[in-house]
Design a protein around this ligand. Sequence first.
Ligand code: PMP
Length: 405
Amino acid sequence: MTSLTPEQISEIDREHLWHPYQPMHGAVPPYVVSSARGVYLKLGDGREVIDGMASWWCMIHGYNHPRLNQALHEQIDKMAHVMFGGLTHEPAARLANKLVELTPEALQSVFFCDSGSVAVEVAIKMALQYWIALGESGKSRLVTIRNGYHGDTFATMAVCDPVNGMHHLFADVLPKHHFVDAPTCPSDEEWDASQIEPLRQTLERHHQEIAALILEPIVQGAGGMRFYAPEYLRQARALCSEYGVLMIADEIATGFGRTGRLFAVEHAGITPDIMCLGKSLTSGYMSLAATLTTRRVSEAISNNPPGALMHGPTFMANPLACSVAIAGIELLLSGNWQQRVAGIEQLLWQGLKGFADHPAVADVRVLGAIGVVEMREPLDMAVTQKILLDHGVWLRPFGRLLYTM
Ligand code: PMP
């Protein structure tokens, strides 16, 4: 097979390819990537640039890692894929064991699917089916905090921020859930007890119709790259238990060390009833996600009609994806990841704190391997990207946010 030149790729792309959140035939053509190694992307024009986005936050060990490549080579020679209905396999079993071991103890049941959005769909379905199983079908709404982001499918769009969640276009067809103001205290030191009031009041008033609270623990990602105090999570957990509402922690962006803890719920020492994992679950190599829950939830669903969780994607628990996920998790745990993330945090602070005084900058914040410069005005993505690439870095700003992960 002869290779296409970068120009031919761009031409076909311009004619036929649709990119995320972009028009067809957009004015700013995407950059061609010809290969990637470590932290570097090699562009079609021969430049090598540092990927400061970790490919939308998932590529935790870098590109083309020999151990991860090897895991895929070994698995592909055995079996690339097999259906999960009625069949099972070693990669799924080993990965499930690992996830159960690493996440909070009560999370014992694992449902694999193919993307973060679907993992959240499954979490929502679990929560609704749990209450139906207990004869409480009136509990059919969710509560969430503003500025959240949980995916692009219809059930997930309904719990993204209704204003800046990129989905307001569909407001009329989305189910209506409860939104409460997001906490603004960035840390426990600055905790202000009034922050939990909107959630408390909503639960007090509407708990009979609320199946679950869904939130991104500690870091709200695509909805604004905001950090909030672990105390909020502790109190939210206590309120969910008090009012008989399940808690769903969407750890798709925060999982696997990104915030300095293996999972962000560890900052607060809480156990959610349902947890979603994705992105760096496979170290960014393949599309795989997981929804974990407690035996209480999985058994209520399984022991009541229709006796099963009503979900089953074709590529569920894909053996290649599970194999690379196991290798990536072993690689993470075999290294001194805590010190390395703490080192990245320190470097980001040193590098970014000087911008805080710039008149165009509203805020600079850093947590774990996440560094954010929030501007006062929106950035022109194309212009900013070109300047950054001239400095050897790939970043993708959105709105007023310039950030790295
Ligand atoms: N939840 C969170 C917190 C996310 O950050 C994302 C993706 N940015 C998703 C869900 C959706 O994941 P995916 O893009 O794999 O569907």
